[in-house]
Design a protein around this ligand. Structure first.
Ligand SMILES: [Zn+2]
Length: 134
């Protein structure tokens, strides 16, 4: 499994994260299979946006609705880590479920992608997903 993203979209995400270095920025990945076709920025409505993220539920709902008519699907989401750590945080792991969604994390001027999986009903773990910039 790998994630394909255009260099323009990649740059947009790096710029968005560096523009607000004190809070986690977040949004949705729209695409087909493992290919990102469109980025949907969302408001981070977490109580502590410096250390966690929660995608605005209104954006989530509207994006799912909009995607239905386009042949695209919400294949995952992105968020940034102002502390520069490229791997999912303990908070991320606590919220992850095995639902086929890609977690894209922007940190320290680069990005990593992850997919949650669970074994035997325990808490989900992340395994890395390769990113291919087209
Ligand atoms: Zn995180």
């Amino acid at each position: 499994m790998k994630l394909q993203i255009s260099s323009g979209d990649r740059q947009f995400l790096l710029d968005t994260a560096s523009a607000t270095p004190d809070v986690e920025v977040c949004g949705l990945l729209l695409g087909t299979g493992g290919r990102v076709e469109r980025l949907v920025p969302a408001r981070n409505v977490a109580h502590d946006p410096a250390r966690s993220f929660e995608i605005d539920p209104a954006t989530l709902l509207a994006t799912h609705r909009e995607a239905r008519g386009t042949g695209l699907a919400v294949i995952g989401h992105w968020h940034s880590h102002p502390n520069g750590r490229a791997e999912p945080s303990a908070r991320d792991a606590a919220r992850a479920t095995e639902n086929g969604q890609i977690w894209l994390i922007i940190a320290a001027g680069d990005m990593t992608a992850w997919a949650p999986h669970s074994s035997g009903g325990g808490p989900a773990h992340f395994h890395p997903v390769a990113i291919e910039v087209a």
